[in-house]
Design a binder for this molecule. Sequence first.
Ligand code: F6P
Length: 368
Amino acid sequence: QKAIAVMTSGGDAPGMNSNVRAIVRTAIWKGCRAYVVMEGYEGLVKGGPEYIKEFGWEDVRGWNSDGGTNIGTARCMEFKERWGRLLGAQHLIEAGVDALIVCGGDGSLTGADLFRGEWPSLIKELFENKRISEDQYTKYKHLNICGTVGSIDNDMSTTDATIGAYSSLDRICKAIDYIEATAYSHSRAFVVEVMGRNCGWLALMAGIATSADYILIPEKPSSSKDWRDQMCDIVSKHRSKGKRTTVVIVAEGAIAADLTPITPDDVHKVLVDKLQLDTRTTILGHVQRGGTAVAFDRILATLQGVEAVNAVLDSTKDTPSPLIAINENKITRKPLIESVKLTKSVAAAIQAKDFKKAMDLRDTEFVE
Ligand code: F6P
């Protein structure tokens, strides 16, 4: 009987609970034992029944409508060190777990693949140091890993959507709708900063959905002078046609072409100094990440949870770790490490100021 564990890692994202629910229930339905690792990789490093818990069917009842992640998450530094991964391997074996599904962003999934790659040497070391028995060494020769992508940022290459991105987008749009009402009343300008780390997807999509006047994203920077002039031209044009509101959305990772960050304060200053607009700034912050998931994320997370269990059951020691994606409305499997590599090369292209390449890479479909 296979024992499949699931953990959530990195920043929480709406829909993670639906993913865990689906994984637990599918595992049980397929005759496996289901486990959850509490507090992300931190729980693996700490180990024991408090952190690696067997879950039953009823333990995930009602989780579709819960925001955040009920099994906890963390950005764990210890797991970045070999000694942390060694402890993680020991604790999984002690709990009798032989497959791990990680729901998280690119950092968490890189950690997962590294863990799998290192597994043979980790268990050898554990055996040689008598931290696991010979029986355990033979039984747990191989660890199956699978990734599902949970992140509000929608920044993972090879998948059209990450779990949580549409919920966050919905929250941002609602917040901007509220802002519009007060902006209209006072004829004010608002600068709204949204999350997304190095990815402008949330800002861009929110801008389209709320018909913002101007959007600043990391993938399409212009020179410091250019964005200022262009923004002022557009805003002035809108104002001259009688528009009472101005909304400028700034992605938290927005940069100018020389890679200097563009902050909400920079934008605020331009609107005041150059256009004399009565301006306010709103940093939406973690409100964007909280709250319940929209139906799309619940469905995506559920379908991907089912597929993750199927992928784990299909895996052999020679199969590359899969990442569960969605492409053109179909749930798909991609090689996890290739997807992570592609995602990291977007960031590298931005650092190299090759913005066109960054945009192209974001759209790249990994071909097996
Ligand atoms: O990756 C999700 C995310 O919300 C990013 O958009 C943001 O930059 C970051 O996490 C914030 O992290 P923390 O919750 O640790 O402050």
